[in-house]
Structure formats: C-alpha cells, structure tokens
Design a protein around this ligand. Sequence first.
Ligand code: SF4
Length: 435
Amino acid sequence: MGPAALAEIVGRGNRDGARLFREWFEDLGRAAVDGRGGAYVFVMGSLGELLRVFDLPLVFPEINSLQTAVRHVAQEYLNEAEDLGYSSDLCGYVKADVATQRRGGELPMGRIPPPKIAVLTNACNTYVKWAEIWERMYRMPCYVLDVPGTRADGTQTWRGNRDFENDRRYVAAQIRELIALLEQVTGKKFDIDRLRESLQNANRLGRGWKRVLELNRSRPSLFNALSDGTIYLGVCNGFRGAPEGAVYFEQLVEEMELKQREGIGTLVDERFRLVFVGVPCYPIFRRFTELFTEHGGTFVNSTYLWFASGGANRAFEYDLADPVESLAEGLLVSVRDAMDSMFYPTTALAEMVETYAVDGVVFHPIKSCRTVSTGLADNRRALMERCSVSTLFVESDMMDQRVVSEAQLKNRIDAFFEGLVSRRLAPAGGAGAGR
Ligand code: SF4
C-alpha cells in the first residue's frame, strides 16, 4: 500500500469520529430550533435501535456533560447546579445537565432539544432520580426499563436456561409497552421492518466494536483505549442502529487490521501495557493520559469501553426474523454485561491481563460516580489474589476540577512506573516482584 493510501486510512477512525460527532450535534441543534423534542437516553441500555424507528433525535446527557469537562467549562455548570442546592458530591453529569436545561439546552458543542421522552434502564440508580428531574421540569413521560441483573460474579445465564427465559419475557413485555408509549408520544405507527434495518445496523456495529477491541491485543497496541477509545465509544453509543455507525465500525476494523499488518502502533513508544478500570478523568483528559504515555504506558483495554458501551462489546447478534423478542434478549444480555463489568470485573480483568499481555491495571475511582467506584478497592484486592499483576489505585473525578490534583496524580503515577521498571528488572520471583 502506498504512503497516500496509508495516510488516508491510518487515523481515519479519529477523524471520522470527530466529524460524526459534529454532524450529530448539528442535527440536535436543528431539532432544538424546530422545536422537536428528543429522546433522552443513557449509555447503558440506550435502546437507540428502537428509538430511531420513531425518528427521535437521540440525546445522551452523560456524553454532553462529559464534553463540558473535556472543554474545561464544567465548573460553571456544576456551580450553577450547586447554587440551586444540588450537593457537591452528587454525580457531576446530573449537575451539568441541570445547568444545561436551565440554559435552554446550550452547550459548548451546540444546542440540544428538550426531552419529548426519556428512556432509561436500572443499570445505574442515578438514572432514575435524574429522569425525575426532567419529569418535574418538562412534564414529559419517562420509561424505566427494569433489566434483571446477576447477583454474583459468574452467575450470568443464557438462552435455554429457565431463569433467563423468564427474564427475557419480562424485558420483552416492557419493550412492547414502550413501543405503545412511543407510538403515543410521536404519533407514528411502529414499523417492524424499520426495526429490522436498525437491528441489522446494530449487528454490524457490534461485530466491528468487538473485533476492534480484540485487535488491540497486538503488540504494539493499535490504539489507546483511554484517548482514542473514547472517540470510538462516542460513535458506538450515538450511532447504534444507524447506517453511519455500521459503516464507521467496519472501516475502523479495516484501519486496525491495516495497522496490525504494517506494525503501526500509537504515537507512544510502548513499554508498558495497561488496562484502565473506572471512568476517565475528563477535567484534565489529555494530561491524564499523558501522565501514563510519558512513561511509555499505553492502555490496551478498559472496563469503561465495556460498560459505557452498554455491553456492545458482547456483540449480541439480533435475530432479524423475530426483532422484538430478539431486541429484548440483546438488551438483557448486553445491559447485564455492562453491569457485571462495573460490579464484578475480576474474572474479565484476569482474562484481559492474560490475553492482552498486561503489565499493570489502573483502578480509578472517582468522587461523583458511586455506581462505578464503590467496590473498586475490593475488586483490586480480588484481582491481586487471582493474578500477579501490578496495580495502581488513584482517585480523582470525571467532572469536578476541585478534586483533581494533577501534582498528586503525577506522584502516584510516577511511583507506579518506578515499580513497573523494578519489577521488570528483578529476576522472576525475586525481590521487587511484589505488587
Ligand atoms: S452515577 Fe456514574 S454511572 Fe450513574 S449516571 Fe453518574 S456517571 Fe453515570
């Protein structure tokens, strides 16, 4: 392949991701100007596949809020909500969204329409209380879809199991109820063939996402799961069920396979392969990543790319012959997987350490997301009992600059890498091989 063709493909995922993101916001801006409401949804079980069938613009308040942090304006939004009485230790995404709504949907990336309906799952308890705020503000309907979760690591059940079949029927009944509500809210008749198209697009996207994640087992790794991965994740959520999402992930697979063949890694001279657990530090997002890459540390995978994609990493294949029942099964499998990635990550992490040849696992609990952060200390201990891998436990926040201390983070991260270096230099089983 010539250098021009190579230059066109390498980096395309990041360029196209940014373009799709801009286009998505332009669409939302038009919906806001035209007075069309959107469907407010969350990353863990968005049901984008179904909502597209009713031509509802998709608004992801979590993604909008994190963008305020990445663009360094989150504090203004947080302060505004705190002045209204929202507590400083609440989920920062909620507070940024409250301020966004009070500003008529104005965000640094554009303007979002108000909600016509909100659809949420029980994957995070904050979702339910958050949607109640919109209910009070806009008096619009909210549909809470209850997805039965597992109760312990490794207790996931599958098709054919009696409990699983009961749970699937329970989710399917809720989806049928939601379809009736969507018909009422939009005044549009449900079109099962459009759902089939949407599920087919989601199948293509899911296959691509799974493959992209697997391809990062390459050495050197092909993308940084923290920085590049977050761009891919945005497309995975925002374009699930859309043809653009399907094409994007097929092209991303092409890009990653090309990079693998040509031995092209990230811009970092990879010395240590890392896995990230938790939610990123968005207020200093670029710098946070640099604190690792400066030492030659690259993130080859993360639990974030699993739970924040709503379990799309599972690549559940919808059966187009039976779309509604299959959507229920896919939602059950994927949202359960997302919840397990947050609550019981040990088995998956131990496997990742093995298959991705990982040197270190970084646990990043954050002040304002209890759902993800509670239990991370136990998860870390459990992982260290299961496998011999270095770990770092470092705290900050995803939104709130006031609790992000770059100097403290740097000290801890520098010490972590010193440990990794001595561990590598030490004879196997000798001094320095500890964690
Ligand atoms: S508490 Fe955590 S998982 Fe829940 S909405 Fe906030 S950031 Fe998302």
